[in-house]
Every structure is written in structure tokens, then in C-alpha cells.
Design a binder for this molecule. Structure first.
Ligand code: GAL
Length: 423
């Protein structure tokens, strides 16, 4: 969902309306907070419950405002309408790009004093500072770091085909052809715009490399977009779709994960929030499932993060509750307990790996190595690399490309360039 430049002015307008309305609308009662998020799958809910229980122990009355829909595909629209009406929740779980847009509109409280007293700067993953801070204020409280560039594979099926997850897309196609000949769905996936954009981004990254990903998506360099590499990425992506099933349209990501769990499909390319589903299903890494980097991205840590953004306008008790929730979310204990269940790794770099599952432990080690090697790659699809209106241009084109088998790579390139020029 793109928050366009037009809607940015709505946000600014909301800042005025909101400033006048919401103090009146917020009850001054005990630390009752309305908390909006989109974590409704098994693993997501189990992880968020860690935060909820810790908050209630600190005296917060948690009014849950969950909005189902993977990656916030519905929640961000609900939030924008609430903000435009001058009636935002006390806090929203959102990505870095949304944090910056609401901070830019002056709608988020500044937690710099808490950041200083809790010494967050000393422990936070340095990649997250770009979104945790805005214009000298501390506006985003990170829950985690997620890693979108994973393949989740059914161990029993993979063992029938040699046991190795393909580390490039040509090997994936060879393996997929053998699976299709045996009536096995090689790739479980969900045909929703956010999922298709994520798959497309990972195919482009795996096929064309980190430098091209930066030029084409982060810099929107016309010579990179209007290139043979970009056309090749679209053609590979088109071929990948041939290894999914015909019922993928609008399938939720966690239902695709279940297909891998149940042996209805061999693999899923999805972020490590899928790990939370395997964990909540009581399945074991190595014996039930395999986690590997998506084809061509070994050694790269593609990342996105989830943050609390705390909205202004509450009374004294409410603000106290927001500060309490921010502090406990960043605490070492909660960071460990939450991320073990969420499938992500902590936003803090000082958390031991021993409580994590094997895939989580590998992730913590890989993050440290990628920080050293300069191979942390902010995910464009997951709102961690560009503003939502830029992301929206690419998402709209990829969605059309998936929906229209006759659409060519040339047409896709032209539509991206036209869309960027229209911003
Ligand atoms: C991502 C989000 C994750 C996970 C996933 C599926 O965008 O950062 O925390 O929830 O969507 O909903």
C-alpha cells in the first residue's frame, strides 16, 4: 500500500486535526493503551503475547487492535484512516518507512530521554538507527530484525531429491522440473502484492547481485532499471511462477508455510517470520524442515525490522504507559523471549543465541558476519529501504506482471520508469 505524496499532505493535515481532537478523545484513565498491529498468525500471536504479558505485569491495560493481513497489507490502511480522522491508536507496529512518514508529519512522541537512560544506542543494531531516529528524536522502538531471504523446505521431500536446497535459480528450475514430473508442487507461495514483490526482489537480488539491487531499487538509477539485467530478473521471476500452484491467488503467507509443513509443497521463499510458524507447530529444524538462504543470496543478510511508533496526544498516564511499553520492548529479556518465538533475531546485538532454535542461532551468527562483511541488505519490498510511494511504484508493476502472463519484461521496465517519473 503506497502512502503517496498526496496522502502525505493528508498526514500533515491530520497533525493539525489530531492535535485538537485526540487529547479530548483519549481517556486520562490508568495506563490503558490501544495497541494496533498485524500479528495474527500462530507464531506472530505467540510472540506478541510475550510483549502483552510483560506490559500487563507493568500495569498497562492492553487494548488489542489487531488487523489481520500479512505484512500490514490491511493494517497500514486502517492506521492511515484513523490518523486522518485524528484518532490514532496509542501505538502501531510498523516498518521503518512508516515510522519516518508519521515522524515527518510530527505525529510520534520523542523517546530520546528513555533512549539515553536505557543506553539503547550502545546495543541497537546500527542498521536500525536510520529508522529509530528522525530529525534528532528517537521515534521508533524496534522489536527485532527479520530476514526475508530464506527458503523453508520440507526435509522429507528434499531428502528424496538429494537433500540440498538449490543455491541458484537454475538449480532451482532443474530440481523443480523433477518435482513437477512427480506431481510435487516445488514452491508454495501466496499471490498477494506484498508477497509477489518480496519474491521478485529476492529473485532480482539472487540473479543480479547486491550492487545491481542497490542501483536499481535503492538509487532508482535509470540505466540500471532500463537494462538487460532488469529484463533478465523479470524473465527469471516469470519462470519461478511456473513452479507454484494454480491456487496461489490471495493465499496468506502462513498458509503457504503450512503447505511446506504438511508436505503439500517442497519449498517456500519467505522471511523468517515463517520460522515462528514452524516453532509454534512444534516442528524441529533439521528433521522436519530446513532453512537456507534463498537462491543466489547466500552470505547476504536481507533485513527488515518491526518498530513500535507511539502516537502523540495521550494524557499523562497514557504517555507513562507508552514509555513503559517502549522500555520493556527493548529490554534484553523481552527481546530474547519475543524473538525466539517470532523467528526473528533481536534488535539488540548483546543477546546470547543459546535460547534460539538452530535457524535462529544461525541467523544471529550470520548477522554478525554480514555486519563485518558489509552484506546487510535493507529490504525494499519490506519497507526498509525506500519511502512507501517509491516502493508502491514497483509493487504495482510486479502485481500487474503476475496478473498478466502476456506482460513482457520490456513493458514492466517502461511502467517502472513511468511510475517513478510520476512521483
Ligand atoms: C512482515 C513483518 C513480520 C511478519 C510478516 C508477515 O512485514 O515485518 O513481522 O509479521 O510481515 O506478516
Amino acid at each position: 500500500m503506497a502512502i503517496t505524496s498526496q496522502s502525505r499532505s493528508q498526514l500533515a493535515g491530520a497533525a493539525v486535526l489530531f492535535g485538537s481532537l485526540c487529547i479530548a478523545s483519549q481517556s486520562a484513565g490508568a495506563q490503558e493503551l490501544e495497541l494496533m498491529h498485524f500479528w495474527t498468525s500462530g507464531g506472530e500471536a505467540a510472540a506478541m503475547n510475550v510483549i502483552k504479558e510483560a506490559a500487563e505485569e507493568e500495569g498497562i491495560e492492553w487494548r488489542d487492535a489487531a488487523v489481520a493481513g500479512g505484512s500490514g497489507m490491511n493494517a497500514f490502511q486502517v492506521l492511515q484512516s484513523r490518523v486522518a480522522a485524528g484518532n490514532p491508536p496509542a501505538a502501531m507496529q510498523m516498518h521503518g518507512a512508516q515510522i519516518h512518514q508519521y515522524a515527518e508529519a510530527g505525529l510520534l512522541i520523542d523517546l530520546s530521554d528513555v533512549a539515553t537512560s536505557e543506553e539503547w544506542r550502545e546495543v541497537i543494531d546500527p542498521n536500525l538507527l536510520r529508522y529509530a531516529e528522525f530529525d534528532g528524536s528517537w521515534v521508533g522502538i524496534p522489536f527485532n530484525i527479520h530476514r526475508p531471504n530464506y527458503v523453508w523446505a520440507n526435509k522429507e521431500i528434499m531428502d528424496r531429491y538429494g537433500g540440498n536446497v538449490p543455491d541458484n535459480w537454475n538449480k532451482f528450475f532443474e530440481l523443480g522440473d523433477r518435482m513437477k514430473a512427480d506431481g510435487i508442487i516445488p514452491l508454495a507461495s501466496g499471490g498477494q502484492p506484498w508477497q509477489d514483490l518480496l519474491l521478485w526482489e529476492l529473485v532480482l537480488l539472487g540473479d543480479q547481485g547486491q550492487d545491481f539491487h542497490r542501483r536499481a531499487l535503492i538509487e532508482q538509477d535509470v540505466s540500471a532499471i532500463d537494462s538487460q539485467e532488469m529484463r533478465a530478473a523479470f524473465e527469471t521471476f516469470r519462470k519461478v511462477l511456473d513452479y507454484t500452484d494454480p491456487n496461489r491467488a490471495n493465499r496468506d503467507w502462513n498458509l503457504a508455510t503450512s503447505m511446506v509443513m504438511n508436505g503439500d509443497a517442497a519449498m517456500q521463499v519467505m522471511g523468517d517470520w515463517a520460522l515462528g510458524e514452524f516453532i509454534s507447530a512444534g516442528l524441529e529444524a533439521g528433521s522436519d524442515y530446513i532453512c537456507e538462504a534463498s537462491p543466489g543470496t547466500d552470505g547476504m543478510y536481507v533485513w527488515n525490522a518491526d518498530f513500535w511508533g507511539f502516537f502523540k496526544g495521550l494524557g499523562e498516564d497514557g504517555v507513562e504507559g507508552q514509555r513503559t511499553l517502549a522500555t520493556l520492548t527493548m529490554s534484553a529479556d523481552v527481546q530474547e523471549q519475543f524473538n525466539v518465538l517470532k523467528g526473528s533475531i533481536p534488535a539488540r546485538t548483546d543477546i546470547e543465541a543459546n535460547q534460539f532454535t538452530p535457524c535462529g542461532q544461525q541467523g544471529i551468527a550470520d548477522r554478525a558476519a554480514a555486519l563485518e562483511a558489509g552484506t546487510m541488505v535493507a529490504s525494499f519490498a519490506q519497507n526498509s529501504a525506500q519511502p512507501t510511494d517509491v516502493r508502491g511504484v514497483y509493487e504495482d508493476v510486479v502485481t500487474q506482471f503476475v496478473g498478466n502472463p502476456a506482460m513482457t519484461a520490456d513493458q514492466a521496465v517502461s511502467q517502472i520508469l513511468d511510475g517513478l517519473r510520476s512521483l
